[in-house]
Design a protein around this ligand. Structure first.
Ligand code: MG
Length: 160
């Protein structure tokens, strides 16, 4: 069996009057994330982990912020496209693990919903999708609630 591993990171700025979407799930909060697409920082980190596993570049290569067609884009569509690229090359996702770094809101009540949403989209079991949340203990830009960041790793496998 052939295996590959990839990692991804992303951060988006927190601002008023924007939705907070993490892993395709809209979360009630006084602030939301700013970005060219829907600014789904978790999904972007996962997309980069998947691309990275096959050394296919990064999210900006395929969905550049300069391209108006990605304005307000649902990031789950980007994830679906990247998943298709992987499958076209004969690879399958073994598992994904991720961490969201956010001072607020409390994400624990949303973790299972996010895992279920991503698993459904990718045709995986929720057991294959790890989503964890931590604060930054008040330190740095995420600690000051200037933004939310996310890290992800993905393991891919194929039988040839
Ligand atoms: Mg991003």
């Amino acid at each position: 069996m052939n295996i590959r591993i990839g990692n991804g990171y992303d951060i988006h700025r927190l601002v008023a009057d924007h939705p907070l979407i993490l892993g395709g799930v809209k979360i009630e909060h006084s602030l939301g994330l700013l970005g060219h697409s829907d600014a789904d920082v978790l999904t972007h980190a996962i997309v980069d982990a998947l691309l990275g596993a096959l050394s296919l570049g990064d999210i900006g290569l395929y969905f550049p912020p300069s391209d108006p067609q990605w304005q307000g884009a649902n990031s789950l569509m980007l994830l679906e496209q990247v998943h298709q690229m992987i499958k076209n090359r004969g690879w399958q996702i073994g598992n994904i693990d991720s961490v969201i770094v956010a001072e607020r809101p409390k994400l624990k009540p949303h973790i299972q919903t996010i895992r279920d949403r991503l698993a459904q989209l990718l045709g995986l079991s929720p057991e294959q999708i790890g989503v964890k949340a931590t604060t930054n203990e008040g330190l740095g830009p995420t600690g000051r609630e200037e933004g939310i960041s996310a890290y992800a790793v993905a393991l891919l496998h194929r039988n040839f």
